[in-house]
Design a binder for this molecule. Structure first.
Ligand code: GTP
Ligand code: MN
Ligand code: MN
Length: 617
């Protein structure tokens, strides 16, 4: 039985011994752990078992060290506030690299790095980077352990905050090690905050390093992350593994790793439908995932709010799981009027990062309540009043909470086989042009729509094309390989589905604005009205009108009972401006041309067909 060599053992650990799991595959794991320990020279190695007791001990230790603040259990039991270094508050896309063998495999939208070169760059950074700290070994599963769509990995990290966050966001436990022992493939992820401690040196509340690297090696299924403690850079199971690395595994194995929420919609007749939706960051996935319909009879059950893995089944349908186990959601803007289910989810057992602290030991952020409390401590730990002239919570402050705490979570949300998809939605933040909802004519047209997802940086004047930030399939920062090849992969997935069982594809836009700059559509709970129409289309009980950009609702078949919206606004929500769409099609052409001929021919054909329809219109 291989034994890991533990460098110097500082304290006798209550937890953290290497579990007694035997099998061929353990040798690889132990050898890798030893190699990383030899490189990073931590004071001790702690094997994380994922138990409640271990989690509580880690939290207690962090409170004692001043790294997190325990919230008042009367208001927020089992909950904590972490304040990051003011410079370490978000994903760092500029420091994120795809180190594929060939540059073209990363594509023009990713930062590419030559694998050997980047290893030579980051290795010296990791040398001794865990000195004075504990190195945690965290085995985790994305998807139910052993499930047919699940994948496993191990994260090494020197951040206890990362360990407890991974504990919420994934399934951590020794059962994962048993799978590794049995020879299951696993992804290697290494994370260091990059702040070694000299003997006797006092630690800071949020250690990190000005130099940051988040490097993905898709060919060897590895992630190396240095210098940041922020969720997206430190919880490597999430964006790094479940999207960037998993998208490459999915390309090789014939499935899709997507930046999508996942819900079950139950109609007034009691029929269940499954919907996945890809919207770019901060465009409403968590909101739609926890939708509370404003129309009677409809119900929504939450399955996932950020990532979905999609695989064609033997039955010709597309099956989906939420590979995560928790929500890492944006706090600001989450309130009783926008997302009451999220507010209820956060009743306790939550780790908040960079929100404001109330004098009574509870938390607050912009949008939680209409009026702010008179006195707060802001996310940087400074005194704050409503006159301070700055937000109390960081705009990207987050909550980390188990999915099972959501009051409307589906009872079978973690079913290993997942759910069969009926509908796929694509959406972005578009002040102009894009209608409230439009149905794709077929799978290829839907893929064309997905490849064109974009958001306006600022609201453009009506009828003109603003500056668009393209975010195809909401995957721009998350696709681990060439996006043009990814479009092709989507087309191939469509061919594996039975044409009458493939999910129907729609584009939605909650964000269209009037000339006066106000949102035309009430959004939030009223988005159920759009879902209603979409489900009725799938059932075949409502019609549609052909337009150059796809199929639009007949407006009298849209359930608008009880919404305050003028006929003019409804018309504006669906108006198609031919000239703007023509100009937009030129932007699509420019974008496709950046891929050196790799964009699949069927998408070029869709672009020509769109232009032809616009000319005829
Ligand atoms: P990530 O978790 O970063 O991937 O983003 P997300 O897609 O989950 O974004 P989130 O749900 O946190 O986006 C919230 C933002 O979208 C807030 O500014 C909301 O007010 C806004 N939003 C969500 N739904 C609607 C809607 O129906 N209408 C309008 N106008 N705004 C909405
Ligand atoms: Mn996201
Ligand atoms: Mn979200």
């Amino acid at each position: 039985v291989p034994q890991t060599t533990r460098p110097t053992i500082k304290t006798v650990p209550t937890f953290g011994e290497m579990p007694a799991v035997y099998g061929e595959g353990m040798a690889d794991l132990v050898a890798w752990v030893d190699k990383v320990a030899a490189l990073t020279t931590p004071d001790r190695v702690h094997w994380v078992d994922g138990s409640r007791a271990e989690n509580d001990a880690l939290l207690r230790e962090m409170v004692d060290e001043g790294k997190i603040i325990k919230l008042n259990p009367e208001w927020r039991p089992g909950s904590y506030l972490a304040r990051s270094h003011p410079s370490d508050v978000a994903r760092t896309e500029a420091r994120t690299f795809i180190a594929s063998q060939r540059e073209t495999d990363a594509g023009p939208t990713n930062n590419w790095a030559e694998p050997d070169e980047i290893r030579a760059t980051i290795n010296p950074l990791f040398e001794g980077s865990m000195r004075g700290r504990t190195m945690y070994v965290v085995p985790f599963s994305m998807g139910a352990v052993g499930g047919p769509l699940s994948h496993i990995g191990v994260q090494i990290t020197d951040s206890a905050y990362a360990v407890v966050s991974i504990g919420i966001m994934t399934r951590v436990g020794t059962d994962v090690l048993r799978q590794i022992a049995d020879g299951a493939p696993w992804v290697k992820t290494v994370h260091s905050v990059g702040a070694p401690l000299a003997p006797g040196e006092q630690d800071v509340a949020w250690p990190c390093n000005d130099e940051k690297y988040i490097v993905h090696f898709p060919d060897t299924l590895e992630v190396w992350s240095f210098g940041s403690g922020y969720g997206g850079n430190a919880i490597l199971a999430k964006k790094c593994f479940a999207l960037r690395i998993a998208s490459v595994i999915g390309r090789n194995e014939g499935w899709l790793a997507e930046h999508m929420l996942l819900i079950r919609v139950i109609s007034p007749e009691g029929k269940a439908y499954h919907v996945a939706a890809a919207f770019p960051s901060a465009c409403g996935k968590t909101n739609l995932a926890m939708l509370r319909p404003t129309i009677p009879g409809w119900r929504v059950e939450t399955i996932g709010d950020d990532i979905a893995w999609l695989r064609p089944g033997d039955d010709g349908r597309l099956w989906a799981i939420n590979p995560e186990a928790g929500f890492f959601g944006v706090a600001p803007g989450t309130g009783e009027s926008t997302n009451v289910a999220a507010v209820e989810t956060l009743w306790g057992n939550t780790i908040f990062t960079n929100v404001a602290l109330r004098p009574d030991g509870d938390v607050w952020w912009e949008g939680l309540t209409d009026t702010p409390p008179a006195k707060l401590t802001d996310w940087e730990g400074k005194p704050w009043t409503p006159d301070s002239g700055r937000p109390a919570a960081h705009p990207n402050s987050r909550f980390t909470v188990r999915a099972s705490q959501c009051p409307q979570i589906a009872a079978d949300w973690d079913a290993p086989e997942g759910v069969p998809l009926d509908v796929i939605l694509f959406g972005g933040r578009r002040a102009t042009n894009v209608p409230l909802v439009v149905e794709a004519t077929d799978w290829t047209h839907g893929v064309f729509m997905g490849s064109n997802i974009s958001s306006e940086r600022t609201a453009a004047a009506e009828g003109t094309v603003g500056e668009l930030r393209r975010d195809p399939f909401a995957m721009l920062p998350f696709c681990g390989y060439n996006l043009a090849d990814y479009f092709g992969h989507w087309l191939r997935i469509g061919q594996k589905l039975r044409f009458d069982r493939a999910p129907r594809i729609f584009q939605v836009n909650w964000f269209r604005k009037g000339d006066d700059g106000r949102f035309l559509w009430p959004g939030f709970g009223d988005n159920a009205r759009v879902i209603d129409w979409i489900i009725r289309r799938v059932e075949g009980s409502v019609g549609a009108v052909d337009s150059p950009v796809g199929r639009l609702p007949k407006t009298d078949e849209l359930n608008l009972d009880g919404v305050e919206i003028s006929d003019a606004d409804v018309e504006a929500l669906f108006s198609i401006d031919r000239d703007s769409w023509m100009r937009e099609s030129e932007l699509t052409e420019d974008f496709y041309r950046t891929f050196d001929g790799r964009v699949p021919a069927p998408l070029w054909a869709e672009l020509s067909a769109l232009r032809y329809r616009l000319q005829r219109a």
